[in-house]
Design a protein. Structure first.
Length: 225
């Protein structure tokens, strides 16, 4: 474990806020008998609605309100699980991306944030925009037959006022393949292969990454601050 572990998006956006607001949300959900894994029930909770409204920028976020709601939900599930952070090293990541898990659809374990090596996996998170590096993913089991929900966090940097999130959820796609015949997670950036980079080509690849991550042996785990 590094003496100075990388901050997570939870550390940067929710560390102080969570201690103040999440216990009340936990108690309110329990009083309602609501399943915290049920996104719809979670977002109907008064305390959650209030928090999302407070976090929404003054100018509004338009369609991005769904991304904000997803981030709050994933952050809450991560907090409620004890804030486990799983750090993958380069060898683990390369093996995981090269060798698909033979078990196609078993549900993920406890919610966690899984960090990947810095600037090794990239994606075009907004059509036509520059590719951004993946810092890691929040992962938990959703309500639909316990299928996986994953929130990828891109472009995270302590000096940047924000980051980009992309969510994917559902069952694993059998025999997933790219239309152009290239390998899953093959680099899409010029010079990416020579640099040892990987890329995510769409939501299905992000979801596939989540299923592979959720079966990792997790030997380097720590609790978020």
């Amino acid at each position: 474990m590094s003496a100075h572990p990388r901050p997570t998006p939870f550390d940067l956006a929710f560390a102080e806020l969570a201690d103040e607001r999440f216990p009340g949300i936990r108690d309110s959900l329990a009083a309602e008998g609501a399943d915290p894994g049920n996104r719809d029930a979670f977002l109907l909770n008064h305390d959650v609605v209030t928090l999302v409204r407070e976090l929404r920028p003054e100018e509004g976020v338009g369609e991005d309100i769904g991304q904000l709601a997803a981030l709050v939900h994933h952050a809450y599930r991560f907090w409620a699980a004890g804030k486990p952070v799983i750090q993958l090293d380069r060898a683990q990541m390369d093996t995981m991306l090269a060798e698909p898990d033979p078990t196609p659809d078993s549900p993920p374990g406890e919610p966690a944030y899984i960090q990947v090596p810095e600037r090794r996996i990239w994606a075009e998170t907004v059509l036509g925009a520059p590719h951004e590096p993946l810092d890691g993913c929040f992962i938990h089991a959703g309500r639909n037959d316990r299928k996986l929900e994953i929130l990828g966090v891109f472009g995270l940097h302590p000096d940047r006022p924000g980051f980009t999130v992309v969510e994917a959820a559902g069952a694993r796609t059998p025999n997933l393949a790219r239309p152009d015949g290239s390998a899953l997670f093959a680099p899409l950036l010029a010079g990416g292969a020579a640099a040892g980079l990987h890329s995510l080509a769409g939501g299905e690849e992000l979801l596939e990454l989540g299923y592979r991550m959720s079966r990792n042996e997790k030997p380097k785990s720590r609790k978020s601050s």
